[in-house]
Design a binder for this molecule. Structure first.
Ligand code: NAD
Length: 352
């Protein structure tokens, strides 16, 4: 099988490409390499005979058309996106450009190419759109998001993802494109860009910086280990029914504050501060994010019932692995935060 992955140099994409290669699949990675894309995250598979990297924009129809013609993929897994809620509040334009217009361009190029395929290949092709539970808006103290929950996005990020989900749905219903959509809760694990909660807190703690917690820290998210997400994506890609949507979640509802406290406890155990204080002493409550959703929680029973997937990691096992990974990969973190790898790729670092 040949899989075209968009956004494969990002957090989930790099984990997914590694997973796909391990399933004897050829993986073509189309990534623009924005600030969030890092080819170093795939340095261990760079020389793999079944792996190809192409730097390009999903919003560039010519690039997309050429890749489809050249590689004739059996499936496309669409992960490329602007993905950080805070950045969408500061500057929504890039989110509209990539998440909505980019997804539209991708769908349109795929549709035109797919339409000319022979009937047997046409039926087997899959366009798998990777989305978020944030499209459903916020929950109160109780309840779970199901695949039937009405969309009610509250941030420019979730609104742009909701728009892309609707476009994917329309391409299935209007043109018959065999699409799959998955809506997943918050991921954590190796190779996550250190602006997101878990890596940010680990690195700030180790660097003696404040651990900023929004509001009272009581906002609740469901957390899923990225390896479990990749297995779920693979399950849906290979067994899912075209036109369907599947929710993916970890059954791990946690307040933001409890996440930070867990990380501090693990770091106290593994890398104690020299002054003997707990890393919790670095916690600082900061003014809340505008439009901050109170609670997200996922009902992933459809995926378990129909396709037999459930998470393998508990939060306790997954978060321990994650902390260990960040402690062992400080250089990866340093390079991604100081932008060195991007300047190197552009040839700007000369014997620095
Ligand atoms: P990420 O920000 O780490 O990676 C995004 C990747 O997309 C980067 O490599 C970036 O260079 C690339 N990209 C951005 N714009 C592009 C463009 N125009 N053309 C080509 N490539 C482009 O994101 P992530 O956390 O890995 O998320 C991947 C996908 O999964 C996103 O669609 C996101 O909405 C979705 N998702 C993420 C989570 C999560 O917790 N991280 C949860 C549910 C769903």
């Amino acid at each position: 099988m040949v899989v075209l992955v968009t956004g494969g140099a990002g957090f989930i994409g790099s984990n997914f490409i590694r997973y796909a290669l391990a399933q004897d699949t050829q993986a073509i990675n189309l990534d623009k390499l924005t600030y969030a894309g890092n080819p170093d995250s795939l340095s261990d598979v760079e020389q793999h005979p079944e792996y190809t990297f192409i730097q390009g924009d999903i919003g560039d129809s010519r690039t997309v058309a050429d890749i489809l013609e050249r590689y004739q993929p059996d499936a496309l897994v669409h992960l490329a996106a602007e993905s950080h809620v805070d950045r969408s509040i500061d500057g929504p334009a890039a989110f509209i450009e990539t998440n909505i217009k980019g997804t539209f361009t991708l769908l349109e190029e795929v549709r035109q190419w797919w339409d000319k395929l022979p009937a047997n290949r046409k039926a087997l092709f899959r366009f798998h759109h990777v989305s978020t539970d944030e499209v459903y808006g916020t929950l109160g103290e109780t309840g779970l998001f199901t695949e039937e929950t009405p969309y009610a996005p509250n941030s420019p990020y979730s609104a742009s993802k909701a728009a892309s989900d609707h476009l994917v749905r329309a391409y299935h219903h209007t043109y018959g494109l065999p699409t799959l959509t998955t809506n997943c809760s918050n991921n954590y694990g190796p190779y996550q860009f250190p602006e997101k909660l878990i890596p940010l807190m680990i690195l700030n703690a180790l660097e003696g910086k404040q651990l900023p917690v929004y509001g009272t820290g009581r906002n609740v998210r469901d957390w899923l280990y990225v390896g479990d997400h990749c297995r779920a994506l693979w399950t849906v890609l290979t067994k899912g029914k075209p036109g369907e949507t599947y929710n993916i979640g970890g059954n791990n509802e946690k307040t933001n504050l409890s996440i930070v406290e867990t990380l501090c406890a693990l770091l106290d155990e593994k890398r104690p501060r020299l002054d003997g204080k707990s890393y919790c002493s670095q916690v600082a409550f900061v003014s809340d994010r505008p439009g901050h959703d109170l609670r997200y929680a996922i009902d992933a029973s459809k995926l378990e019932r129909e396709l037999g997937w459930k998470p393998q990691e508990t939060f306790a096992t997954g978060i321990r692995k994650t902390v260990d990974w960040y402690l062992e990969h400080r250089e990866w973190c340093r390079q991604i935060t100081n932008g060195r790898y991007r300047r190197e790729r552009l040839g700007l670092i000369d014997g620095e």
